[in-house]
Design a protein. Structure first.
Length: 164
């Protein structure tokens, strides 16, 4: 029952993440289209549009990485793993997710000094704190960590009859 609660929380977080990616993508497309219109039709380019589009792209990439992991669509070489017996394969999968979780936790830990250093630095055109841009890294890594934790529990503690 507790695993189902965690799954619900993770599914809700991923739903919010997917909605955020869509919203940020819409903003990026609109801003980029506006920049083209202002630059080539009106001949008065927007000085902040390229910067906003770039920061939107950064958020899309990092949040998209977590969504990609949750869907299992990242590239991987699993030819050898697929030849293993099912119990061994589950153990290897759990190990892979444990390594990814360890990497995500390391990145989260390492991102705090970067956030603190950039707390008072402002972007040139928009004037926003750069920490608002860089916080995409620990947020996405926290989602990746949670996805990995759920998968590790699934592979190690749930019987094959309870799999999705």
């Amino acid at each position: 029952m507790e695993t189902n609660t965690h799954s619900l929380v993770l599914r809700a977080l991923l739903a919010v993440t997917k909605t955020s990616i869509i919203a940020i993508s819409v903003v990026m497309v609109i801003v980029t289209l506006a920049q083209v219109v202002f630059r080539y039709v009106i001949a008065a380019p927007l000085p902040w549009s390229e910067e906003l589009a770039r920061y939107c792209f950064v958020w899309i990439v990092f949040l998209g990485g977590a969504v990609g992991l949750s869907r299992g669509i990242h590239l991987g070489v699993d030819l050898l793993v697929n030849t293993l017996p099912r119990p061994v394969r589950r153990g290897v999968d759990a190990l892979v997710y444990a390594l990814i979780a360890a990497f995500a936790a390391t990145v989260i830990y390492a991102s705090y000094p970067v956030l603190n250093m950039n707390m008072f630095q402002r972007s040139p055109a928009l004037g926003v704190q750069m920490s608002w841009i860089y916080i995409a890294i620990p947020i996405s890594m926290a989602l990746i960590f949670l996805i990995c934790a759920e998968r590790i529990v699934k592979y190690l503690f749930l019987t094959p009859s309870h799999e999705d």
